[in-house]
Design a protein around this ligand. Structure first.
Ligand SMILES: [Zn+2]
Ligand SMILES: [Zn+2]
Length: 190
């Protein structure tokens, strides 16, 4: 059976958010060939397939009931696979919902946030080392800009960029805008 294709996460096998292994999905009970291995903010199933993420079934089935912070209300919280952090104001709500609830997330050293461009979510291409980011000056410049804001010197920044490692740390996370093709990157460190 073919695997679902996610607009914002085109190749979860390549990014490491899924692995090819036969399993019986805890949510749908079907025998599946690809298993999700990214973060789940919600109930923790033994195993989860990509079909259940795609359909929204996983988000519903793994949702949790929480009491509002002021104790006034009981909330049904759908499970999410990534956090909506620093989302630009012009991104429609349905996009945020699709990314957080119906798109495989990815694991970083810290809690990862999705990147956005052209009023839409960007496609996640995967964790990246220096050699993965180097061909994309737009992504490199985005990393440089974030370091400038933190007060790093240009020398410190260049040294840092060369240490980026897809499997070690620090790691960059590479995205591409679905509209203008610009490459984007964030980074973190353990
Ligand atoms: Zn399933
Ligand atoms: Zn764009």
């Amino acid at each position: 059976m073919t695997e679902p294709v996610f607009r914002y996460h085109p190749d979860p096998l390549a990014t490491g958010s899924a692995m090819p292994i036969e399993h019986e999905c805890s949510v749908c009970g079907q025998l599946r060939q690809v298993r999700y291995r990214g973060p789940i903010y919600g109930g923790q199933p033994e195993t989860l397939c990509l079909h259940c993420i795609y359909s929204g079934e996983a988000s519903r089935a793994l949702g949790v009931v929480a009491v509002a912070t002021d104790g006034s209300d009981i909330l049904d919280m759908p499970a999410e696979f990534s956090d909506a952090v620093d989302v630009p104001d012009d991104v429609p709500h349905h996009v945020i919902e699709e990314i957080t609830r119906r798109t495989p997330g990815f694991t970083g050293w810290q809690q990862e946030s999705w990147l956005y461009h052209c009023r839409d979510g960007a496609a996640f291409l995967g964790p990246a080392g220096y050699r993965d980011v180097e061909p994309h000056p737009d992504a490199l410049n985005m990393l440089r800009a974030s370091h400038r804001q933190l007060g790093w010197s240009p020398e410190e920044t260049e040294e840092f960029l060369h240490r980026l490692d897809r499997n070690g740390e620090p790691t960059a996370y590479l995205f591409q805008c679905l509209h203008c093709g610009t490459h984007l990157a964030s980074w973190d460190i353990g």
